[in-house]
Ligand binder design. Structure first.
Ligand SMILES: Cc1cc2nc3c(=O)[nH]c(=O)nc-3n(C[C@H](O)[C@H](O)[C@H](O)COP(=O)(O)O)c2cc1C
Length: 180
């Protein structure tokens, strides 16, 4: 893939807030997660876990991401993928000694980006959901208190006729500086 094709791919990827009724098979969801987990991380510590919640168990997640009428569209997502930290790996312990713990947040963000792009490549719509009750999510998933859940990613087939929106981004010159 060249840069032009990558740009076109990025332009096509958008937050999907209208999913079709068609259910995405669990195997497809697992495959998207498998590919996303090729994401890089500091010291290759991979301080993460993905929990794909499908079927009836989605209700546990939905009630904690739909407060105040937010994220209603997520009810029709086939899967709600919980992006969570997992600091139990060996490299993570080394990292802690060197006070590298702060990278976990970056690592989970990079994983989330890989996940939405892998979903796009698999023909799925996706939406990152940051509006959440993290404490309640932790409880409902039986996670320990030190587990962070920076995002949930809603996955599903995009509803037919859902338009590709024009990307609204600040001017390149406001976000980019070249220093020599
Ligand atoms: C960290 C993060 C949290 C987000 N949380 C939500 C959310 O709770 N609900 C929602 O509908 N969209 C959410 N979004 C999606 C953004 O609104 C969206 O990415 C942005 O408007 C750009 O649009 P695009 O993804 O279609 O290019 C979130 C995105 C990020 C990166």
């Amino acid at each position: 893939m060249d840069l032009k094709e990558l740009e076109e791919f990025y332009l096509k990827r958008q937050s999907c807030r209208e999913f079709s009724d068609m259910v995405v098979p669990d195997e497809v969801i697992a495959e998207v997660c498998r590919v996303a987990l090729l994401a890089p991380s500091a010291m290759n510590a991979q301080p993460w876990q993905l929990v794909a919640v499908t079927g009836e168990r989605r209700a546990d997640i939905l009630k904690n991401i739909q407060r105040l009428g937010m994220n209603k569209f997520a009810s029709k997502a086939s899967a709600l993928v919980v992006v969570a930290s997992d600091k139990s790996g060996g490299m993570m312990k080394v990292g802690e000694i060197f006070k590298e713990n702060e990278f976990v947040c970056n690592d989970l963000g990079i994983l989330t980006a890989h996940l939405i792009l892998a979903a796009e490549a698999a023909g799925l719509g996706s939406c990152i959901i940051g509006w959440r009750d993290e404490e309640k999510l932790r409880e409902s998933l039986g996670f320990k208190k030190n587990v962070t859940i920076p995002a949930i990613v809603a996955l599903g087939y995009t509803a037919e006729g859902y338009p590709v929106r024009e990307k609204k981004r600040k001017p390149f010159s406001d976000a980019f500086t070249l220093l020599k």
